[in-house]
Design a protein around this ligand. Structure first.
Ligand SMILES: Nc1ncnc2c1ncn2[C@@H]1O[C@H](COP(=O)(O)OP(=O)(O)O)[C@@H](O)[C@H]1O
Ligand SMILES: [Mg+2]
Length: 215
């Protein structure tokens, strides 16, 4: 079993949107997946319980109990464990990072979010964990030209030597409407969002499959 922690110390960056999409994506690809929601708001649990068709299992837990949840997933012979984490709670986020094989950091392309990301990145580096950063809620590029906001954010991430995921998730209402019924954007007709999520799923799957010394 592999464990992925979806993190960002900043709230509203899109952790739950990304974590639920990755859990749904793995499920749709036949991977037996458990999502552990350790954010006391339990939004991921609410999202996945709204699903009308079979989907990834979701349990709630806390930073303190996340290791027990991982043991539970192991004994259930789950193939993938995804942890959705709260904002701001350094201790709970650290507990998730420590038990994960890989941390996915989610950031919006704004100055406030980037300074939050610098702190999250420091935490991941201090804990010596393999990681990648995915930019989320970016405006759609026009004729393949990124908006100045996104260009500046990418420059900032470059200064931080942040390892970037090979896909940027755009601000699209389909991410919100799909999750209202516990569905992934991959299950909707908007192919642009579906392509973004498929690319992120492929990337995460490849990174999770890599042995620690290859990561
Ligand atoms: N790519 C996106 N496009 C449009 N809305 C998004 C996107 N990602 C997140 N959102 C919205 O932004 C808000 C915060 O996202 P959420 O996933 O709950 O963040 P977090 O879990 O980090 O607090 C939610 O209303 C969500 O629907
Ligand atoms: Mg959340």
């Amino acid at each position: 079993m592999r464990t992925l922690a979806v993190i960002a110390l900043k709230g509203g960056s899109g952790k739950t949107t990304v974590a639920t999409h990755l859990a749904l994506g793995a499920h749709l690809r036949g991977v037996d997946t458990l999502l552990v929601d350790i954010d006391p708001q339990f939004s991921a649990r609410d999202i996945l319980s709204a699903r009308e068709t079979p989907g990834p299992e979701c349990v709630t837990s806390s930073g303190r109990n996340v290791l027990a949840a991982q043991f539970g997933a192991l004994s259930q012979r789950k193939e993938l464990l995804i942890i959705d984490t709260p904002a701001g709670a350094v201790e709970a986020v650290s507990e998730a990072i420590v038990i994960a094989d890989f941390a996915l950091l989610v950031v919006r392309p704004t100055l406030i979010d980037l300074s939050g990301l610098a702190r999250t990145l420091m935490l991941v580096r201090k804990l010596g964990k393999a990681c990648a950063v995915v930019v989320n809620q970016a405006p759609v590029a026009r004729e393949n030209v990124e908006a100045p906001l996104v260009k500046r954010a990418l420059k900032g991430l470059d200064y931080m030597q942040a390892p970037l995921a090979p896909v940027i998730l755009r601000s699209r209402s389909i991410y919100q409407t799909a999750l209202e019924r516990g569905r992934s954007a991959e299950e909707m007709t908007d192919r642009a969002a579906a392509r973004e999520i498929a690319a992120l799923c492929d990337f995460v799957q490849a990174r999770m499959a890599a042995k620690p010394d290859e990561a």
